[in-house]
Design a protein around this ligand. Structure first.
Ligand SMILES: Cc1cc2nc3c(=O)[nH]c(=O)nc-3n(C[C@H](O)[C@H](O)[C@H](O)COP(=O)(O)O)c2cc1C
Length: 470
């Protein structure tokens, strides 16, 4: 057995309030000195993240943060959940700080469960409002806690000639269990995980899977001495725990690989859900502007669709919500009325159809016209190949349109593809003064949804996979 049956934990008191630039190893050694303790080889020093963050200047003033649209949106979502539970409401500036520190928001409840840029999954990106002076000051996790731990370990070695393990700790809540516990967010000199696979258990059976999260256990033990908030013991010395000294140890070896993490939805499943959840949204949109840069980001994605000869035959025109759009829709509706009258439809039917079209196209926050640029089509001497080339163009722009709709879905925008431009090509070209080579093909209305849309049924698989009987 590598584990000892007795360890001692000494709280390092008398560490003054730390400011940016303070020398942490010096403060630790002074505190040890005051307690009459000297460092021994194999000691472990656990230091609270707040100490490191403050000395690194990793704090922010909430008043100096401007929330983005995403932060405001999250604020709306999570504040209602907090209210229901009677919990404190996070302001949008704090939400912005959380977003700035995160790679991914995993859950949006009264709390935000995020994956930090280091890969830690925790509440609110590990941002702390306690243990920092100033009501509006928050402390962020250190940018590179392993590096901080290494700097401290090396400085202790330089001053004492002793090899120690250093752990930077924080307290994280846990899924499935109540109560936060100490965990390690940075290490030096000590492996995060003690691999006991291959060793024998009490009955002589070989351990197949046992990996001990030793630095988290040590951080948790340390936390009992450190306390959570006001105890003023931001570091401890652990003596008596036997571990293999390793200068190459890194905290990321304790982070479970996403592919084997049973609690994360694999990206492949997320993608399939996204593909199936996309709906044509034909209802009223929220009265909210859609930033042009979001639309451009989606069109940027649509550029990556497969397309014949890589000629990228698509052209996108973003039609602002202004007089020109109204003029265009009115002209298109006049033609629609004519066409329907020729079809012998009743005035009632025609009026309802025109009203619906006007509503759809005039009220959408964004409308996009997709054209096929004939200049991108290959030239052939015969009619058949010219015709096929035109079809290839249509197939290509359709692939791009599909990418566009999926990009909107990712951005939580609702959209619908309309074929109306096909029936008013000349009107569109003239009104928008488009190049002659542009063939209007589709409109997309885009905005934030107000309601959910039920999925229309799909044909059974057996009905769309045709087995030729040969
Ligand atoms: C080429 C094409 C043209 C379409 N034109 C219209 C249209 O003019 N009006 C409309 O309401 N929906 C239109 N749609 C949307 C379809 O009605 C919708 O995709 C279909 O009912 C399946 O629903 P879903 O997209 O929610 O899966 C069009 C879709 C495509 C691909």
């Amino acid at each position: 057995m590598n584990l000892t049956n007795r360890i001692n934990i000494f709280g390092l008191e008398d560490i003054p309030l730390v400011k940016k630039g303070d020398n942490i190893p010096k403060l630790l050694l002074e505190s040890l000195n005051k307690r009459g303790l000297s460092i021994l080889d194999g000691d472990i020093i656990v230091i609270a993240q707040s100490l490191i963050s403050k000395s690194n200047g990793r704090t922010r003033n909430l008043n100096e943060i401007t929330p983005s649209e995403k932060a405001l949106e999250l604020y709306k979502k999570i504040s209602s959940k907090s209210k229901i539970q009677g919990l404190p409401i996070k302001d949008p500036n704090l939400i912005q700080a959380i977003l700035d520190e995160s790679k991914e928001i995993i859950k949006e409840e009264h709390v935000l469960i995020t994956e930090t840029k280091h890969g830690f999954v925790c509440a609110d990106a590990g941002i702390d409002k306690s243990n920092v002076e100033g009501k509006e000051t928050i402390s962020l996790l250190p940018e590179n806690p392993d590096q901080d731990a290494e700097n401290i370990r090396k400085e202790i070695k330089r001053q004492t000639f002793k090899d120690v393990g250093v752990i930077i700790s924080d307290s994280f809540g846990r899924p499935f269990r109540i109560g936060s516990v100490g965990i390690a967010i940075g290490v030096s000199g000590i492996n995060p995980v003690l691999d006991k696979r291959g060793e024998k258990d009490l009955f002589g059976y070989e351990l197949q899977t046992t990996m001990i999260g030793q630095v988290d256990s040590l951080a948790s033990a340390a936390q009992i001495v450190m306390g959570e908030a006001d105890e003023g013991i931001p570091a401890v010395l652990i003596r008596g725990y036997k571990f293999e000294f390793n200068v190459d140890a890194k905290i990321d070896s304790i982070i479970r690989n996403k592919e084997i993490d049973l609690f994360r939805e694999p990206i492949s499943e997320k993608l399939i859900k996204l593909l199936k959840n996309r709906r044509s949204y034909k209802l009223s949109f929220e009265n909210k502007r859609v930033n042009r840069n979001i639309i451009e980001e989606c069109i940027e994605v649509a550029r990556w669709a497969p397309n014949a000869h890589n000629r990228q035959q698509w052209r996108y025109i973003i039609i602002e919500n202004n007089d020109l759009r109204i003029k265009l829709i009115n002209k298109m509706n006049r033609k629609l009325k004519n066409d329907l009258e020729k079809d012998g439809k009743s005035q009632e039917f025609i009026e309802a159809k025109i009203k619906k079209t006007k509503n759809n196209f005039v009220n959408a926050p964004v409308m996009i016209l997709l054209c096929l640029d004939k200049l991108e089509l290959e030239k052939y001497p015969d009619e058949e190949r010219l015709q096929n080339e035109f079809i290839l163009g249509i197939q290509s722009i359709s692939a791009s349109a599909t990418y566009l709709l999926l990009a909107f879905e990712i951005k939580k925008l609702a959209a619908c593809w309309y074929c109306a431009p096909l029936f008013a090509k000349n009107i569109i070209n003239q009104t928008l003064n488009l190049p002659d080579s542009y063939v209007p093909m589709a409109f997309f209305t885009v905005g934030y949804p107000l309601s959910n849309v039920q999925a229309p049924p799909r044909k059974e698989l057996q009905k769309i996979i045709f087995e030729p009987k040969i």
